[in-house]
Design a binder for this molecule. Structure first.
Ligand SMILES: C[S@@+](CC[C@H](N)C(=O)[O-])C[C@H]1O[C@@H](n2cnc3c(N)ncnc32)[C@H](O)[C@@H]1O
Length: 232
């Protein structure tokens, strides 16, 4: 069947966003096509000259789109809200939620500082709708010391990549009564993570409880057996 609209790669060619040369636009086209004509809310952190916002505006026909940036902008984009603020400032992020309630797509293309990426994610992810994507761009910065990253210690806890790695455990978290286990706020809320070179697409959704029947009453001997099994 013939397509009568431009895809994101084609639209991208009209605007000089770095999303074109990084190869990200092809990935956006793949993951975002289901949202094209839906009434959704999109937030992008990091506007620069507004080119990615222009791409989103042309592609998503019914979306409410908001871009935020720490630096004041002297341009406007039709039907697109531009707000000035710091992605690591909770009060500012709170004011966004006050306006939009929830988002379906959040893209972090802001400071690329690991601590900012993590702070924004921790605050905003709970306001992403199930089935929505949280995208983090330019993850090469996780290996650059000036962005709070490290090339030497790949396990440095405070880097954006190690934060993302921890989210893999949230996909697989066990919905059981393992002793001393305390659930963190992302456990069971991350459906999938699609990691490509320098970019992560994090899909929100409840993880499925395949193995444990929480409704089943377990007796004391089952409990002991279970406890012993945790040792191995
Ligand atoms: C890579 S550019 C964004 C490019 C744009 N998304 C595009 O694809 O055309 C990064 C932007 O993030 C902004 N920025 C840097 N630190 C920020 C912060 N702490 N909060 C919000 N925006 C920030 C910069 O001012 C800059 O405009």
């Amino acid at each position: 069947m013939e397509r009568n609209y431009m895809n994101l790669v084609e639209i991208g060619k009209k605007y000089p966003s770095s999303k074109n040369i990084s190869g990200f636009i092809q990935l956006y086209d793949k993951y975002f096509s289901n949202f094209k004509d839906k009434k959704i809310n999109i937030l992008e952190i990091g506007i620069e000259d507004g080119d990615s916002l222009r791409i989103w505006r042309e592609y998503f026909t019914k979306a409410q789109i908001c871009g935020i940036d720490i630096k004041k902008k002297n341009f406007k984009i039709n039907n697109t809200e531009i707000l000035i603020g710091d992605q690591s400032n909770k009060k500012f992020l709170q004011s966004l939620i006050g306006k939009y309630d929830n988002f379906d797509i959040i893209i972090d293309d802001g400071s690329h500082q690991s601590k900012h990426i993590i702070a924004s994610f921790k605050y905003l992810f709970p306001y992403l709708n199930d089935g929505g994507f949280y995208v983090i761009e330019d993850l090469q910065t996780s290996y650059f010391p000036r962005f709070g990253g490290s090339r030497i210690n790949l396990n440095k806890k405070s880097t954006s990549m190690n934060f993302i790695k921890s989210l893999f455990d949230s996909i697989n978290y066990e919905k059981n009564d393992r002793p001393f286990f305390s659930k963190n706020k992302f456990d069971g809320k991350v459906k999938s993570i699609y990691l490509h070179q320098n970019i992560a697409f994090i899909l929100k959704g409840e993880s499925i409880n395949y193995f444990y029947n929480l409704d089943k009453k377990i007796n004391i001997s089952d409990k002991i057996k279970k406890l012993i099994s945790y040792l191995f």
